[in-house]
Design a protein. Structure first.
Length: 89
């Protein structure tokens, strides 16, 4: 099995994060880890969303965990820019 394929452990499904060359993975449960298995610490942003710091080519960026999960697990054939919650917010 390669690092770019899905990994399922105890109903937690891991997929690679787009744009990070298989170095970071996000799960359907909202966890983020490096390819060596170390979980990334999540931070609460000013708008109360969980964010995580990712680094590529020496450049660090904070990413929304909700957006990473949506990009990995929700099909978006029309390339829409956002996801509405079930309550419409």
């Amino acid at each position: 099995m390669t690092l770019s394929s899905e990994i399922i452990v105890y109903n937690e499904i891991w997929k690679p994060i787009d744009g990070y060359d298989g170095f970071y993975f996000v799960s359907n449960l909202g966890n983020v880890k490096k390819k060596n298995g170390i979980l990334k610490k999540k931070y609460i942003s000013g708008n109360k969303y969980l964010r995580v710091g990712l680094c590529k080519d020496g450049i660090g960026r904070m990413k929304s965990v909700a957006r990473l999960v949506a990009q990995a697990f929700i099909p978006n054939p029309e390339s829409k820019p956002e996801v509405n919650h079930k309550n419409g917010v």
